[in-house]
Design a protein around this ligand. Structure first.
Ligand code: SME
Length: 157
């Protein structure tokens, strides 16, 4: 099977609608979590060109860096710290239009200006987060929230 992604231009909604079936196709029949997370973040990065797209997984009470695309990042984040740790503690998606205005934001890359973090919830527990960063402020909205939550939901963890 060819693994080339078909990149769609158009509205953000159209881009997600083109991308999501392709991500589902990449993950179909593959049980390996690292492989699936790696392809998911690669597909998102390729379609949208964001600065950073990646997962952190809860391990021994901390978020630990998992497959990502973008600049090197902080390895471990405590519960309640930064946008990721706050999303974990609150078990909800956080949209941060301007990272400089988020108290306690953890600067992994000085180029990041806005961010969205989507928790991965299984059996009522947060088991990880999907974090996306953009070089521009105000890049994420309810459309991103809806589709990124859909993507996180269909991955088997
Ligand atoms: N900015 C995040 C840290 C992770 S990096 O952006 C990849 C935070 O405040 O939790």
């Amino acid at each position: 099977m060819a693994e080339d992604l078909s990149i769609h231009t158009g509205t953000k909604e159209e881009q997600y609608q083109s991308l999501i079936p392709q991500i589902k196709g990449l993950l179909e029949g593959e049980p390996d979590l690292v492989a699936n997370l790696a392809n998911t973040v690669a597909a998102l990065k390729e379609q949208f060109g964001w600065l950073w797209v990646g997962f952190y997984l809860v391990k021994q009470g901390e978020l630990v860096l998992a497959p990502f695309q973008g600049p090197v990042a902080c390895t471990r984040i405590s519960k309640g710290r930064g946008v990721c740790g706050t999303s974990w503690a609150q078990a909800q998606t956080l949209i941060v239009p301007d990272v400089e205005k988020f108290p306690g934001h953890i600067t992994c890359s000085s180029h990041s200006r806005s961010e969205i973090v989507v928790p991965v919830i299984r059996n009522g527990e947060v088991i990880g987060v999907l974090d996306v960063d953009s070089v521009e402020t105000d890049q994420f909205d309810e459309t991103d929230q809806r589709y990124l939550e859909e993507i996180v939901d269909f991955i088997s963890f």
